[in-house]
Ligand binder design. Structure first.
Ligand code: BES
Ligand code: MN
Ligand code: ZN
Length: 495
């Protein structure tokens, strides 16, 4: 989809979109053809349209023998517009345009751009491209629809800023859509080796450094917690290490991003129910988020230094699989009693984190994982849970979250709950039982961050959706890519 500022009004416009704030005046649109204005006026009056936020209507009309679509969308009170509200409006109208199978969109807006022209361009491109995404490659009936172009019909003060914003928004959206594809692909397509191969292709295309370790190498590194989880699968595990150095002056300041990469989670011998298992191809959404972030960061050439790690494996059942009661020594030496083979994510994460700290010398750790059903119970499908040992850093993430619209909510890393993961016969046990599941999982991970600044994001609820709404279609959301990329942009400005 091409996205730009319209230079000249053409004879025929395929689809016209009017974004109308409270108290709008249709007369203010100098470039709106008179017949469209007449139709809009009549229709608005007839339908008692109040310009409420995201109230949308569409119709098809004919002018001089040619069909065109008109989409009218309210924007409510426009004085306090935010990037997120603009993005939601754009998503609403693009969704309406897709329903009409529209090809070329002309966007009019009755109110001034109050969020800055760069942010405006960003929100526009991001919303349009995220809304257009669908995972259709396995559908034989080809009802896929692509919009050719979206033209903004508005006087802009600084074209360059607007265009920069569009480019940024495009990078944010395309990296997110890359992650969505990875998550939507099933476990017979994405397994540790194929995930590593696809990541390698992305590394070559976008220009970040990559290294991939096989099981033999992992055994030499003593990553036994990670290896235990993958033992039951025919597909060998892979450790995927991605590096990007955007700021050589700060070579000793590297941020570690760790994404949970369970390409499938059957639960192991603590087997899940069919209902619980059916969505477990998406148990690598954390991995997809960090891979997508690497793509965004390299495309934006951010001045930060990153190492992203994915411990990719499959949690399966076989004669080789790990058992409950097993005692494992993790890479950092701490021993773990396996209470539940379905609490596997944390076992893979802690070895990846320890590897990042001890071998890659990262000085900050951010992990993102579809880690606990408890996060879904607590916060549902629209809010990710976060836990940290560094509130100042989390403040930055909260700011990023306001910008991207990916909601987060902090749960406390309450010391007393460490009781929950104490074992009688090992240093830790891998499950804290049925209470405070998200916190106890986070506290388990915290034991391995070596007092480094750390943020943990549990995306079990937010990684995918089962209904279409706003920018999101059914399936993967790509949550985390934009959030972490925006966090890194803020950190870039601080350094
Ligand atoms: N991958 C799951 C968590 C999950 C649940 C993600 C629902 C997305 C939707 C994770 O590996 C898991 O099974 N966690 C267990 C932990 C428990 C055994 C301590 C859970 O949440 O039930
Ligand atoms: Mn599990
Ligand atoms: Zn899992």
């Amino acid at each position: 989809m091409k996205i730009d500022l319209l230079k000249k009004i053409p004879q025929h416009m395929d689809t016209i979109i009017l974004l109308l704030g409270e108290g709008y005046k249709l007369d203010s649109f100098e470039l709106l053809p008179p017949h469209v204005k007449e139709l809009a006026e009549a229709w608005i009056e007839h339908s008692n349209f109040k310009a409420d936020f995201a109230a949308v209507q569409s119709a098809t009309a004919v002018h001089k023998g040619k069909k065109y679509n008109l989409i009218i969308c309210g924007a409510g009170e426009t004085k306090a517009m935010s990037v997120d509200k603009m993005r939601r409006l754009f998503a609403t109208v693009v969704r309406a345009a897709i329903k009409l199978k529209a090809k070329t969109l002309y966007l009019y807006q009755s109110f001034p751009i109050s969020i800055g022209e760069e942010a405006y361009g960003h929100a526009l491109a991001e919303a349009a491209l995220l809304t257009e995404y669908r995972f259709f490659k396995y559908l034989s009936s080809d009802d896929k629809h692509e919009i050719d172009a979206l033209h903004l019909v508005k006087k802009i003060k600084n074209n360059r800023q607007f265009n920069c914003g569009v480019l940024e928004g495009r990078i944010f959206a395309e990296s997110t859509n890359f992650a969505r594809d990875l998550v939507n692909e099933p476990a017979n397509v994405i397994f540790p080796e194929s995930l590593a191969d696809l990541t390698k292709k992305a590394a070559l295309k976008y220009g970040f450094n990559i290294e991939i370790f096989n099981a033999e190498k992992l055994r030499r590194l003593k990553m036994d917690a990670f290896l235990a989880v993958g033992k039951g699968s025919k597909s060998e595990p892979r450790l995927i290490i991605m590096r990007y150095q955007g700021n050589p002056d700060l070579r000793n300041k590297t941020i570690g991003l760790i994404g949970k990469g369970l390409t499938y989670d059957s639960g192991g011998y603590c087997i899940k129910s069919p209902q619980g298992m059916v969505s477990m191809k998406s148990d690598m959404a954390g991995a997809a988020a960090v891979i997508g972030t690497m793509i965004a960061v390299t495309s934006l050439k951010l001045k930060v230094n990153l190492v992203a790690i994915v411990a990719a494996c499959e949690n399966m059942i076989s004669g080789e699989a790990y058992h409950t009661g097993d005692l494992i020594r993790s890479m950092n030496g701490k021993t773990i009693e396996v209470i539940n083979t379905d609490a596997e994510g944390r076992l893979t994460l802690v070895d990846a984190i320890h590897y990042a700290i001890s071998r890659e010398k990262v000085h900050k750790v951010l992990d993102i994982a579809t880690l606990t059903g408890a996060a879904v119970t607590a916060l549902g499908n629209r809010i990710s849970a976060v836990v940290t040992n560094d509130d100042a850093w989390l403040e930055m993430l909260k700011k990023a979250s306001e910008f991207t619209g990916e909601k987060i909510w902090q749960l406390p890393a309450h010391e007393e709950y460490k009781e929950l993961i104490k074992s009688q016969i090992a240093d830790l046990k891998n499950s804290g039982g049925p209470v405070a599941g998200t916190i106890s999982a986070a506290l388990f991970i915290q034991e391995f961050v070596d007092k480094k600044p750390w943020i943990h994001i549990d995306i079990a609820g937010t990684a995918s959706r089962d209904s279409e709404a706003g920018m999101y279609s059914v399936g993967a959301t790509g949550v985390g890519v934009r959030l972490i990329t925006q966090l890194l942009r803020e950190m870039e400005q601080q350094s």
